[in-house]
Design a protein around this ligand. Structure first.
Ligand code: GDP
Ligand code: GDP
Length: 452
């Protein structure tokens, strides 16, 4: 797993899921769905200072009652703990110490994973300290009074928590990049796949994907792994009867939804068609990174201007993905096919990129300095309080403003252009959320944003 895992454990109803959501910071935090046996566990991304980790919520842990499904929940919690770098043991400060807590604690004390005790439901800071005292008895070190609902105390807990995470530079980078090859029929997708496989040689083996008939292929290069998503939808095996659905648009959409990076193949001879434009819209809507692969370049008559004219024409007709890098290849001759994965790497990196709140606000300040937000006839002017990146894949930035209605499309596009100009993000869509905030809420958010 690419990121360290923090397991949240405790009896039912102590507030585990509330705490998980609080740590993940945003309501619509990206959920990482582990396929296979562990479907019931949800992973959410969380950040503290410059550290990123996954928080996993476990079912409520109960030891004394062996009804039918409880062993299963316990197994889930154990599985979560097995992969965790640190565990948060949530207890209920309102109820106080229970026998159930003691049982979980005695089990936790035998585990090789560091444990932090979070005494939840301590809305009052002073009372919380008193409420927390009795949990010293669990023998798991200092209990931290927190409130999952209000957020107090979580800063101290997180400060401590990140000291148990492996150093950031030890975290394995980009363990696997999922790549979908998409494009209209006959643009050369299967030729490209074959060229790829021939080029890289190190094809491991077909792996079945998430849907029943999807086949993924894994290619390795320079120690990096690329999973080519649903190649069965691309390869045309002569001895197998495929219905029209098999190569249909739905299948392509499913592959796109599963991918990190979409190789969007365009036929240089046909140019951009309406179907291509629809596909571009879909890639952008799904928030996938994208590389534009202009194929059949061998068949184009060229002079020294041709490539620039193509570039201009394609980007203007595919404005949904105008941020995508473009490469001109020939699946038939193999020209530049080996460069495609370099662009995939770059796009995947930008797709997962995270920029600090300080940098985002520097860009905003400069952008607003050059070009102030519009003012209505009534004299009301848009005001941007601050921005912060709320998630990755794709990078998504929330802008907290006085009133989103005061920012017209022109100004919104201007701000996005400024972000791209200053920060790059080539190859990935960028999402901006314009959020209205009352000043009092603002102050709270500022506090959180500067801490998270
Ligand atoms: P879980 O079963 O451990 O995941 O617990 P939940 O997160 O579903 O919360 C159980 C109950 O405790 C819900 O009614 C929550 O509203 C409440 N709760 C959770 N966190 C807090 C808190 O910080 N303070 C208070 N007063 N109640 C909380
Ligand atoms: P798919 O339907 O997108 O998988 O397209 P195919 O890979 O089956 O290719 C469709 C047609 O285009 C075939 O006749 C290929 O030989 C041809 N083709 C594919 N790549 C190239 C290329 O780079 N140059 C030329 N000239 N023809 C190509």
């Amino acid at each position: 797993m690419p990121l360290p895992v923090v397991a949240v454990i405790g009896r039912p109803n102590v507030g585990k899921s509330t705490v998980v959501n609080r740590l993940a910071g945003v309501q619509d935090a990206i959920v990482y769905d582990e396929p296979g046996v562990t479907r019931d566990r949800t992973y959410k991304r969380a950040f503290w200072q410059d550290r990123e980790f996954l928080v996993v919520d476990t079912g409520g842990l109960v030891f004394d009652d062996d009804t039918e499904f409880l062993p299963l929940i316990r197994e889930q919690a154990m599985a979560a703990l097995a992969e965790a770098s640190v565990a948060i043991f949530v207890v209920d400060g309102k109820t106080g110490l229970t026998g159930g807590d003691e049982e979980i604690a005695s089990w936790l004390r035998q585990q090789p994973v560091p444990v932090l005790v979070a005494v939840n439901k301590c809305e009052s800071v002073e009372q919380g300290l008193t409420q927390a005292v009795e949990f010293w008895e669990l023998g798991l070190g200092e209990p931290y009074p927190i409130s999952g609902i209000h957020g107090n105390g979580t800063g101290e807990l997180l400060d401590r928590l990140i000291t148990y995470l492996p150093p950031a530079d030890e975290i394995e980078e980009l363990p696997e990049i999922k790549v979908a090859i998409a494009g209209r029929p006959n643009v050369g997708k299967s030729s490209l796949l074959n060229a790829f496989v021939g080029e890289q040689r190190a094809i491991v083996s077909p792996i079945s994907g998430t849907t029943r008939d999807a086949i993924d292929m894994v290619v390795e290069r320079d120690g990096k792994t690329y999973r080519l998503v649903d190649t069965a939808g691309i390869r045309k095996k002569k001895n197998v009867e495929y219905g029209p659905e098999f190569f249909g648009i739905n299948r392509a959409f499913k592959a796109i939804a599963r991918a990190d990076v979409v190789l969007f193949v365009i036929d240089a001879l046909d140019g951009v068609t309406e179907q291509d434009q629809k596909l571009a819209g879909r890639i952008a809507d799904e928030g996938r990174a994208c590389v534009l692969v202009v194929n059949k370049w061998d068949a184009v008559e060229k002079d020294s201007h041709t490539i620039y004219e193509y570039q201009k024409e394609i980007h203007s007709r595919l404005h949904f993905v105008e941020w995508a890098e473009m490469i001109f290849v020939s699946a038939q001759t193999g020209q530049r096919v080996d460069k495609i994965l370099d662009l995939v790497d770059a796009a995947a990196e930008q797709h997962r990129r995270r920029v600090t709140t300080a940098v985002i606000n520097e860009v905003l300040e400069e952008a607003v300095g050059w070009h102030t937000p519009p003012t209505t006839r009534g004299g009301r002017q848009g005001k941007i309080y601050y921005g912060t990146q709320v998630s990755t894949q794709p990078p998504s930035i929330a802008l907290f403003v006085n009133d989103p209605d005061l920012f017209n499309d022109g100004y919104r596009r201007y701000i996005e252009r400024q972000f791209r100009k200053s920060l790059g993000f080539a190859g990935t869509p960028l999402r901006l959320f314009w959020r209205g905030k009352k000043v009092r809420d603002m102050e709270r958010s500022v506090n959180r944003a500067t801490r998270v």
